[in-house]
Design a protein around this ligand. Structure first.
Ligand code: DGL
Length: 253
């Protein structure tokens, strides 16, 4: 019997997490739910995000998933506690990768790009306060990033201007390591890397989250990662499927 893994995000961003999970568990069955009729989550209240996360969780539970990956930093920060307290199923959430960033910075300044909701959440503030003794942590909302990715605009003048407006303030502070604290942002990584130059390292927490999914399922982390050509995946959305399949095309290669 195939393992059945559910993932959700406010939109297509969580596909950057799915991409990493399938490399480690290529034989599982996946249900990916984009709550894109309610996207973005990042500027909504905590109660709103908790309510949406519960609705999506119940939808996934009805389909028999055995673990749910909250492939969204914003939903994790707002709702993971409540989801774990409410439902009898393991949840794997996104971690703000402040720890590896603090360990890696040579300039002594680590940057975090995330949504306003994530940056304001207790989960992030607590993590930050734990690591900011060893380095300075500066942050910025990736303003308009989610909208770009949902529209499939990953490069070009509009994307570049939008990305520069949020990235350059972190570079100006001297950040040489930048955490991608929203699952949509890795789709803009080639553009961000070009703007920041080779001296800046970006950290995507998705590979670490994928390893956690393997551990939670009691499987072994494979020595060699698999390609994702023939994965068994069902894409679902509360809104239109178009934006999701467009980004999925990139993930699936
Ligand atoms: N992809 C999301 C995250 O990781 C949410 C973006 C949004 O809906 O604002 O935070």
């Amino acid at each position: 019997m195939k393992r059945c893994i559910g993932l959700f995000d406010s939109g297509s961003g969580g596909l950057s997490v799915l991409r990493e999970v399938v490399k480690l568990l290529p034989d599982a069955r996946y249900i990916y739910y984009a709550d894109n009729a309610y996207c973005p989550y990042g500027n909504k209240s905590r109660d709103y995000i908790v309510e949406r996360s519960k609705a999506v969780t119940e939808h996934l539970l009805h389909q028999g998933v055995e673990v749910i990956v909250i492939a969204c930093n914003t939903a994790t920060a707002a709702a993971v506690k409540e989801l774990r307290a409410t439902y009898d199923i393991p949840f794997v959430g996104m971690e703000p990768a402040v720890k590896p960033a603090a360990a890696l910075t040579r300039s002594g300044v680590a940057g975090v790009l995330a949504t306003a909701s994530t940056l304001g959440a207790e989960k992030y503030r607590t993590t930050k306060s734990y690591y900011e003794g060893g380095c300075r942590i500066v942050e910025h909302v990736g303003k308009g990033f989610v909208e770009l990715v949902e529209a499939g605009i990953l490069d070009g003048p509009e994307a570049e201007a939008t990305v520069r407006a949020s990235l350059e303030p972190l570079l100006a502070e001297g950040a040489d390591v930048i955490v991608l604290g929203c699952t949509h942002y890795p789709f803009l990584l080639p553009l961000m890397q070009r703007i920041a130059g080779p001296g800046v390292t970006f950290i995507d927490p998705a590979p670490a989250v994928a390893r956690q999914v393997v551990r939670v399922l009691g499987e072994k982390i494979p020595g060699r990662t698999a390609g994702n050509h023939s994965i068994d995946i069902q894409l679902e959305a509360s809104g239109e499927l178009g934006p999701l399949t467009r980004i999925y095309g990139l993930v699936a290669g």
